[in-house]
Design a protein around this ligand. Sequence first.
Ligand code: UDX
Length: 425
Amino acid sequence: MGSELVGVLGVGYVGLTTAACFASLGHRVVAVDVDQSKVDELGRGVVSIGEPGLDDMVRAGLAAGRLRFTTELRALADAGTVLLCLPTPMGEGGVADLGALSSALGELAPILRPGCVLVTKSTVPVGTAERIPGLLGRTDVPVVSNPEFLREGHAVHDFLHPDRIVLGSADPDARDRVRALYASLDAPVVVTGTASAELAKYASNAFLALRLSYVNVLAELCENLGADVTDVTATMGLDPRIGADFLAPGPGWGGSCLPKDTSALACIAAESGVDFALLRAAVDANAHQRERIVRKVRRAAGGSLAGARIGLLGLAFKAGTDDLRHSPALEIARELARRGAVLTGYDPGVPPSARVDPVHLVDDPVLVAKDAAAIVLLTEWPEFRDLDWAQLAEVADRRAVVDTRNLLDPDQLTGQGFSYTPLGR
Ligand code: UDX
């Protein structure tokens, strides 16, 4: 296995995971990125992304001579397959910004060897694969859409144990060559056209967002009706048509994918003449969720946020990552600060040296509680359950906790004299 060189363009979290995992499967991989310092670090086996197992895998790939990093695009000249793992951030009006992809294609055009298979791995608007030959100015480079479905914090696991591998192409031979890269993985393969593959990625992420917005509104409804959202979602989840995952209410969905992919899909739909009102409603419900949390915090803090010291537990968009991009926790923090709150925050994944305006970061949860008018749990780090809540109660100004993840034990907190505000109960 692995005689043909696999090229990976872009070593963000998708590209690096892809490169390291393919090397671990026995392929020879060269990964190219414009960022010289990142390439140098990776060449020394230093991985700055907090992704479990990734650093060991990179070091093993380097040691085995199967993985190398370079800034030289020419290194892709020998590749039989090149996977495009470039960022496609949210651009103006919510559409995906394809700037990085277009300029990379311009530079790749004179380099790729005839017959090299170009694979779009990062999320791209529907129709991109079809447009690539035109952008490249070449028809001898077949394109396969092979979207990634990697969750942050589980990326290596998700790559090696995929729920599905999607291969979209008009060229069966190119598709089979990409399929061969995954031959040692046991997963259903969906063979389709490029548009379906590209849409399947957006459709999956947007559906997850819809589902979470539904649950968050349900939580609000539970509060008004005297129901308990945990019992309601447990009941729903036992129906195999619904399933138990992705039913936990929270401060709103965020991260590097769900917000940009919902916006992009709404734009794609509108451009094609479809009004995806359902999707827009999910985005609106997500914004509403943040306002709702701010109201809860204001109430818990005694009715006013002006000058109130608020302690924040968790800032990352979810537990198990240090990623603050589109973090609902940070968006809520900004909203609290806008209303005059003074914020102290602690996140086990984010070093206190990081600058997270408007939050003053500390390295000890007790400092978050110190003189606080309310403590707000925003990210579901399990270790927050085991905090010394008696000590936090001692230093807090008001004993008030808002738990936006329903993570904590209400009895334990009320036992320490805290007022406890969960979601949907
Ligand atoms: C997501 C998709 O899951 C993944 O398949 C895709 O390829 C990339 O985008 P990720 O961004 O890592 O992965 O986050 P995910 O674990 O999906 O969580 C997204 C958001 O939903 C987070 O803000 C999280 O806190 C929230 N969430 C998730 C909930 O509020 N409740 C849940 O039950 C699950």
